[in-house]
Design a protein around this ligand. Structure first.
Ligand SMILES: *Cc1c(COP(=O)(O)O)cnc(C)c1O
Length: 409
């Protein structure tokens, strides 16, 4: 397939071009746990990374490897490792690459479970600073002698803050810090974090990439831009092949193999199929989000709308430049109407905690996903007590607008 074709086109043909039996247009789902070899020496070579192949599917299998090749193509990257969930990807990556006494700078606006995970890392002797990543100055000020990495989301939820992605990338390059970007909210259809200097990209495949809300998954993608020779935490045993592979080898061994958060072949297959329509779905759901947000911003019953596709958003220009606008996540604060009552009045917006589903989903943020934090932390994160988060689906725009109109009337 010509590399001049666009990525959405190439993804559609990627399956058959890997050569499935009988000319099948999809790869089969291989559920075998172990793989056998004619010669004992071949198994040995697979173990020692000297020959391509599969031995035991906790570490990799053909179906998962296919998903990884799709994701590598989506991000125009170097390599990918898939995991059972997005949390497993983030947890395994930092578990594999950090050591006691390291300092990491992370976004203050992280996905709740990710923030909770970094608090656990602190308890294990890793120093963590949670900073406002919307301005690179805050990242720079957090610098310590033992800083090794920066972690941020491209677009945070529920308040849709956008990290100072390019400037942070430059700062990481200057200091040779590992730069990891969770691009779940933007997806590779809107944004390739590599272009902002990211070394590793993380996705929850459960969200937009799968799209159908029927399979959990996660991935770490290596953009091929990190100087692993200058990164102090690679163990000698993983320095055998070219330096470009060092980081991912250590993540696959110390993270995936030893932690064992492996994605099932069935889920990998579902996500592979879902990915075929990613760019189409992202066009529709962002168009929907834009239309709803414009409507809400002008509605008298609404106090505030947070959406990067609105000129009122503090990082509107950056969103336009980097992502081509907003994603399908927005949040808003009703004026007098009770949030729970408003959610109950919406017919098309399902009361659900997930995001990036084909269906529109909504949730009252403070008493649910940010309940554990308490009111003070919520205020620090810009989360109003009556905030409603919506993940807009791919329903027809007019239907969604009609639903919001009747709910606010
Ligand atoms: C959902 C999500 C995760 C975690 O992904 P799971 O697949 O649910 O484990 C991580 N980061 C972000 C930004 C998410 O939205």
């Amino acid at each position: 397939m010509k590399s001049s074709f666009s990525i959405p086109t190439r993804i559609l043909h990627h399956d058959r071009l890997q050569g499935a039996a009988e000319g099948a247009l999809h790869q089969p789902t291989h559920t075998s746990v172990a793989y056998g070899f004619e010669k004992s020496e071949d198994l040995l070579r697979v173990f020692q990374n000297k020959q391509k192949g599969f031995a035991y599917s906790r570490q990799n299998s053909p179906t998962v490897a296919f998903l990884e090749s799709q994701l590598t193509l989506l991000e125009a990257a170097h390599s990918c490792i898939a995991f059972s969930t997005g949390m497993a990807a983030i947890g395994s990556l930092f578990f594999a690459l950090l050591k006691k006494g390291d300092h990491v700078i992370v976004s203050r606006y992280l996905f709740g479970n990710t923030a909770s995970m970094f608090i656990s890392f602190e308890r294990l002797g890793i120093e963590v600073d949670f900073v406002d990543v919307c301005d690179v100055k805050n990242v720079e000020e957090a610098k310590r002698e033992n800083t090794v990495a920066v972690f941020t989301e491209s677009l945070a939820n529920p308040v849709t803050q956008i990290a100072d992605l390019v400037a942070i990338g430059d700062l990481c390059k200057k200091n040779n810090w590992l730069y990891v970007v969770d691009s779940t909210m933007t997806s590779p259809a809107l944004f390739q974090a590599k272009n902002c200097g990211a070394h590793l990209v993380v996705h929850s495949l459960t969200k937009y990439i799968g799209g159908h809300g029927d399979a959990l998954g996660g991935a770490v993608i290596d953009c091929g831009t990190m100087n692993w020779e200058g990164f102090g935490n690679i163990m000698d045993i993983y320095k055998k092949n070219e330096p470009a592979t060092w980081g991912m080898t250590q993540i696959r061994k110390k993270g995936l193999r030893d932690f064992g958060a492996t994605i099932s072949p069935e889920n990998a297959h579902r996500i592979s199929i879902g990915m075929e329509t990613l760019s189409l779905r992202m066009k529709q759901n962002r168009q929907n989000a834009q239309a709803i947000c414009e409507f809400l911003e002008n509605h008298l019953a609404v106090a505030k709308v947070h959406y990067p596709g609105l000129a009122s958003h503090p990082q509107y220009e950056k969103a336009k430049e980097w992502f081509g606008g907003g994603s399908s996540i927005f949040s808003f604060e009703p004026k007098e109407l009770d949030s729970l009552e408003l959610l109950n009045r919406l017919d098309l917006v399902v009361n659900s905690t997930n995001l990036g589903d084909n269906r529109s989903l909504g949730i009252a943020v403070a008493p649910t996903i940010f309940n554990e934090l308490g009111p003070e932390k919520r205020r620090e994160m810009g989360i109003a007590e009556n905030l409603i988060r919506v993940s807009v689906g791919i329903e027809e725009t007019e239907d969604l607008l009609e639903d919001f109109k009747q709910a606010l009337a």
